[in-house]
Design a protein around this ligand. Structure first.
Ligand code: AMP
Length: 293
């Protein structure tokens, strides 16, 4: 695996005639890699000639400074995981390399409704930062296919919107991969390694609640289901930001279900200062694979 620290050197490598012809699959990450990241790389390995990953902990997408400062870094083991998963190139830039002119955005991304709900509501500015860094990375890497995890459902929608609305990015295909979980159902996440033993034992309740929301789903009002789910998490020591049902394609919050619309349940909740998010597709609508537990 080759490692590049600057956009210039990476682009120089990619511009060689024999490399230019290869299809490029790209997996952007913030490091502290786990099997969920590896699964994206493995799918990319099957679908693209050249598998490119990036590791960059993007300061502009953290609305909470402490979360940024505490974000885990595990570079030596990340390198092993990347090599094992068949990654060809790693882009490992510095902050100055990604933001040579500073963090400021010349113009905000027009994300509309998508950045006003759920993660957008609870993490103001988060998706602007996500778009800022992914726009820059896509411009540098110029992939054919971008691989993302369904674990970050709203992020997938935001980035789909970004790709569709930026003419220079429109040719990029999006491949959304299923959420990889621990045996007890907890969605793999870099933040999980910061959980105490007690928090770790409670964390799988998030997915259990989502699965319960899926069980016996019937058309009608959804308010009671949401409230019960939220109350259950709170009574088990979670600080709940939200438990919501949303339209699987528009993310419009749903308080009633007509029995037909594609729907997803999403939640975000803290254990201590660690914020966990997860989701489950209730009735299919998006081009996502089935849940794998
Ligand atoms: P991150 O390093 O958290 O920014 O994640 C990088 C990519 O890996 C994103 O597309 C995530 O959605 C994806 N990802 C994170 N956790 C998982 C998981 N448990 N299963 C599948 N993909 C994941």
């Amino acid at each position: 695996m080759l490692i590049f620290h600057t956009a210039e050197r990476l682009q120089h490598y990619l511009s060689a005639k024999d490399i230019r012809q290869k299809t490029r699959g790209f997996v952007p990450t913030m490091g502290a890699l786990h099997a969920g990241h590896s699964s994206l790389l493995q799918v990319a390995r099957k679908e693209a000639d050249l598998v490119i990953a990036s590791i960059f902990v993007n300061p502009t997408q953290f609305n909470d400074k402490r979360d940024f400062e505490n974000y885990p870094t595990t570079l030596p083991s990340d390198l092993t995981k990347l090599i094992d998963a068949g990654c060809d190139l790693l882009f490992l830039p510095s902050v100055a390399e990604i933001y040579p002119a500073g963090y400021g955005l010349q113009e905000p991304y027009q994300l509309g409704y998508l950045e006003t709900v759920l993660e957008g509501q609870y993490r103001p500015g988060h998706f602007q930062g996500v778009c800022q860094v992914v726009d820059r990375l896509l411009t540098i890497v110029q992939p054919d296919v971008l691989f993302l995890g369904q674990k970050d459902y709203q992020q997938c929608m935001v980035l789909e919107h970004l790709i569709r609305s930026e003419p220079a990015l429109q040719r990029i295909q999006l491949h959304i991969c299923p959420t990889l979980r621990e045996k007890d159902g907890l969605a793999m996440s870099s933040r999980n390694m910061r959980l105490t033993a007690e928090q770790r034992s409670k964390a799988p309740l998030i997915f259990q609640v989502l699965q319960q929301l899926k069980q016996n789903l019937e058309p009608g009002n959804l308010a009671e289901r949401k409230e019960k789910a939220s109350a259950f998490l709170s009574s088990n020591g979670f600080r709940v930001d939200y438990v919501e049902f949303a339209h699987a394609q528009t993310l419009e919050i749903m308080n009633e279900w007509n029995g037909k619309d594609p729907m997803v349940a999403l939640t975000a909740a803290f254990l201590g200062d660690i914020r966990l998010i997860d989701n489950i597709i209730l009735t299919d609508g998006r081009n996502c694979s089935a849940e794998s537990v």
